[in-house]
Design a protein around this ligand. Structure first.
Ligand SMILES: [Zn+2]
Length: 291
């Protein structure tokens, strides 16, 4: 090891002991700085570990990627559910895995699951594993949510204290809530480009609705600054938003670090308390162990 002092002081090391002391101080300094600069912990509340038939990253690569970007919790789903089983079986240190039942076997199920009794059977079968906390992510657009199999799914979720993870437009969210007013819905993408005032109105109307922010537009302006509209939403509803990567295709895995850096850039513009709630606090309270 070579030790260089950058201040130019003429420091003669007369004994090995002094050198060791200096080295110890320098290392202690580095260590403190590293802690102070540690990026805010993130709970990724929209992670797909798809497995059809092989995952993009091997399990150990995924776990290393999460560690590298200080992601300490994940809402995990996969198509088929094999990827979620693997994440659960890994029992990785320092990672809270919250498994959701994906109601899809293959990609084509996205467009038909809501009228397919076989999918309802799949959900019930999968639930028998005993560790699931929710159902989703599933896709619904407008009146497709009115289907009886969707209502059965919502009722099943309520009866078993499961969250729903819904990629749904405003109309479909309203229909889901009408199916069963006790539904608890994590709203994937928070309406994409839906005007902030509509998001605000829905959050006010449904206390058990949380907005997950992957692909959500309008949060920052072209220069990366939080927009007044979204700063207002975060400050009005600090306990109602979650972050997610939405690794639905390989490119999202490849840019995982950028996605997390993008979140941290605008989180840093909020108060530390609100930033911590959105980054991980809200997900931690939603998925605290059931008693
Ligand atoms: Zn997704």
């Amino acid at each position: 090891m070579s030790l260089r002092l950058s201040n130019g002081a003429e420091l003669k090391m007369k004994s090995g002991r002094i050198a060791i002391l200096i080295a110890a101080c320098l290392f202690a300094g580095t260590d403190n700085r590293a802690h102070a600069d540690e990026p805010i912990e993130i709970f990724d509340a929209h992670l797909h570990y798809n497995w059809e038939p092989k995952p993009f990253y091997q399990l150990d690569e995924v776990l290393a990627l999460l560690r590298k970007h200080r992601v300490t919790g994940i809402l995990a789903t996969s198509r088929p559910n094999t990827g979620t089983h693997a994440l659960m079986d890994a029992k990785a240190d320092g990672l809270q895995v919250v498994p959701f039942i994906r109601p899809y076997r293959v990609r084509a199920d996205i467009g038909s699951w809501f009228s397919d009794p076989v999918i309802f059977d799949l959900v019930q079968d999968e639930f028998k594993r005993g560790y699931y906390r929710g159902i989703g992510e599933f896709h619904l657009s407008g009146k497709s949510a009115e289907n009886e199999w969707v209502k059965k799914t919502v009722d099943f979720a309520v009866a078993n204290n499961l969250y729903l993870h819904a990629h749904a437009d405003e109309e479909a969210v309203e229909i889901l809530m009408r199916h069963n007013p006790r539904a608890q819905i994590i709203w994937a993408h928070t309406g994409f480009g839906l005007p902030g005032e509509r998001v605000s109105a829905l959050l006010a109307k449904y206390p058990k609705l949380w907005g997950e922010l992957s692909y959500r537009s309008g949060i920052t302006d072209g220069a990366g600054k939080l927009t007044p509209e979204w700063r207002g939403l975060f400050e009005r509803y600090p306990d109602r938003f979650l972050l997610g990567s939405d690794t639905w295709v390989s490119e999202r895995w490849a840019s995982y670090g950028d996605i997390m850096a993008g979140y941290r850039a605008w989180l840093a513009q909020l108060s530390p308390k609100v930033a911590a709630q959105i980054a991980h606090g809200n997900a931690r309270s939603l998925f605290a162990d059931r008693r």
